[in-house]
Design a binder for this molecule. Structure first.
Ligand SMILES: Nc1ncnc2c1ncn2[C@@H]1O[C@H](COP(=O)(O)OP(=O)(O)OP(=O)(O)O)[C@@H](O)[C@H]1O
Length: 230
């Protein structure tokens, strides 16, 4: 698995109301490496993840997943890539309302056409791994913000996707949990040879990453990693 963004521009609106989030951005993310994507609020980290995850079509440029340009695929093809190849964790969690924590993970299984029942034990283990073994039957509205984030992270990892796009996984958890979640992401990246990109403001995530990339260094053809928090 490899992910390359080549000359990617994202702009919203038109004429006077046009907002260019980034222009001619270029970057490659390699298998087996966890990248922490850093930069100020509004610099485009979530937008980059959305483009890489086939949720948002770029205004221009190529998004190459194993050499295949996601930007030119049909909506149905893009949905299939998302379902089968990408583990995505949204900043907001995006949990299904009314579903228990373990069922959030099993819902991801159902979307692939597999029978969820066979995966229940594994779903419970995955939630236990993120410290939620005591919250398996809790619905999103019965969970704290940090607990919801951990369910969302467990769900993103559950089907063992080779591309992990993770948005602010530690924003609502305490320091010790942040370290544990960052270590879990690094472990999964290395064990499964994933391409992992984590948008973050958290030094604990940057420390666990193999590479730290600043949004500012990616635009205007200046693609190069920079070491922060060192
Ligand atoms: N649909 C949209 N229409 C117009 N502007 C948008 C849209 N989506 C995002 N933006 C703008 O794009 C910029 C980048 O937003 P983005 O969420 O990618 O930043 P970020 O680096 O992830 O920020 P944060 O660290 O606060 O999460 C922001 O200025 C935002 O207002």
């Amino acid at each position: 698995m490899s992910l390359e963004l080549s000359d990617v521009t994202v702009a919203f609106g038109s004429a006077d109301a046009r907002t260019t989030v980034f222009d001619s951005l270029g970057v490659t993310f390699e298998a087996g490496r966890m990248t922490a994507l850093v930069g100020p609020s509004g610099s485009g980290k979530s937008t980059l993840l959305a483009v890489a995850g086939a949720l948002l079509r770029p205004t221009a440029g190529q998004v190459l997943l194993d050499g295949q340009d996601l930007a030119v695929l049909s909506e149905a093809q893009r949905a299939r890539v998302r379902r089968e190849r990408i583990g995505y964790m949204f900043q907001s969690g995006n949990l299904f309302s009314g579903l228990a924590a373990s069922d959030q993970l099993l819902a991801a299984v159902s979307l692939t056409g597999q029978r969820p029942r066979a995966h229940r034990c594994r779903a419970e283990e995955a939630l236990t791994r993120v410290g939620l073994g005591h919250r398996l039957r809790h619905r999103p509205e019965q969970l704290s913000g940090g607990e919801r984030q951990r369910v969302a992270l467990a769900r993103a990892l559950f089907l063992s996707p080779k591309l992990l796009l993770i948005d602010e996984p530690t924003a609502a958890v305490d320091r010790s949990q942040a370290g544990d979640l960052a270590a879990l992401l690094a472990e999964r990246t290395h064990q499964d040879d994933c391409v992992t990109v984590v948008a973050t403001h958290d030094p604990a995530v940057a420390e666990a990453a193999d590479r730290v990339v600043d949004m500012a260094a990616l635009t205007a053809g200046a693609a190069r990693p920079v070491a922060l928090f060192s």
